[in-house]
Design a protein around this ligand. Sequence first.
Ligand SMILES: C[S@@+](CC[C@H](N)C(=O)[O-])C[C@H]1O[C@@H](n2cnc3c(N)ncnc32)[C@H](O)[C@@H]1O
Length: 394
Amino acid sequence: MPWNTFIEGDNLTVLHALAAAGETFDLVYIDPPYNTGSAFAYHDDVRGPDGRRAGRHEAWVAMMRPRLEAARAVMSRGAAIYVSIDDNEAAHLRLLMDEVYGEANFLAQVVVSLNAKGRQLGRGFATSHEYLLVYARDARACVLDASSPELVDERDFPLVADDGRRYRRLPLRNTNKKFNPITAPTLHYPLWGSPESGEVRVEPFPGAVEIKPVFGDGSPAVWRWSAPLVAERSDDLVCRRLTGRLGERVDVFQRDWLDVVGGATGTVRRKKLRTVWTAAEVGSTDVAVAELKALVGHVFESPKPTGLLRRILQTMPTDARVLDFFAGSGTTGHAVALQNAADGGRRTCVSVNHAEPTRPGSNAHRVGLATVADITRARLRAVAEAVGGGLEER
Ligand SMILES: C[S@@+](CC[C@H](N)C(=O)[O-])C[C@H]1O[C@@H](n2cnc3c(N)ncnc32)[C@H](O)[C@@H]1O
């Protein structure tokens, strides 16, 4: 099975064909046309329910809706989808994704700063970021792991348990005032604990005192764990006496372990990925242009850096089947090959782009790349040559 496959065609037709062939994907990444108003190809084609020409956003949403629905149909149960988007359509896309994937399957709206200096042309703010909207096909089954390859800092886990494992104490009480007995009544219940032995239980026991969750000012709060979870993981909790703003009190803390829970001792936890990604971490637009230039020339205006795609790939299993149906210059396929080469993964990637003509006079046109599909193909061929993994062209 080659690492890369390229399919030329309108992505809606291709998505339906993939579904008919029973193909499924674990990770979808897309970077749809951004709809700046002037260059939006779908503008004239779409009419509203009353036959009137649809507005700019309506037309864009009407183009995207069936494609997102068709994408959902080819996603495996544990799959996730990442969509790059800027301020022009971020709000509309978020609502559309809520509709198609369900609000409960929203995972994150990541801010990606690919241009640290910001766009200096034009009036107003120098915009330096765009977004990645991340949704699961089904959040309960999703295999996405939002952790970075970086390990957590051992110094943040200063305590040592009797068995030698390092940990830190976190309050079991939810410190966010949004969560209180009115908004989360089932999490407001008494626990029983002994500040002498440290033991915590959901029912009374000799030497235990009753502990209710309270904020620092004494107002009622809620726990972060349900009563059944407390009963199941009571060894991970500890009862302590402490002095707060209102004097001495007894409270319950979670022992947050340095090692992966259930993993072998010494398998240190990875840091969680934050929701702001910088050019220093994932590459800038300039880096992206240089990467493309090194392989096929400066033939595409707005490629993404492979570092961005590699970070996305690292949130999914190393054998993920990846799909990019707005492939453009083929960054996703390039990143899949680089990541496989780096970590020995067996990811595969299907890239789709239609034969949109390149602008006469543009670099691409001058070097004989008559359509964007020609650009995608040229890059993926160069990737197969330089990095390996092969390329199937359909
Ligand atoms: C913003 S670009 C993607 C850039 C890409 N992420 C990269 O790094 O090079 C969007 C791409 O979608 C393609 N496209 C737009 N509508 C399409 C459609 N209906 N079917 C297939 N491709 C389409 C365009 O030709 C363009 O190359």
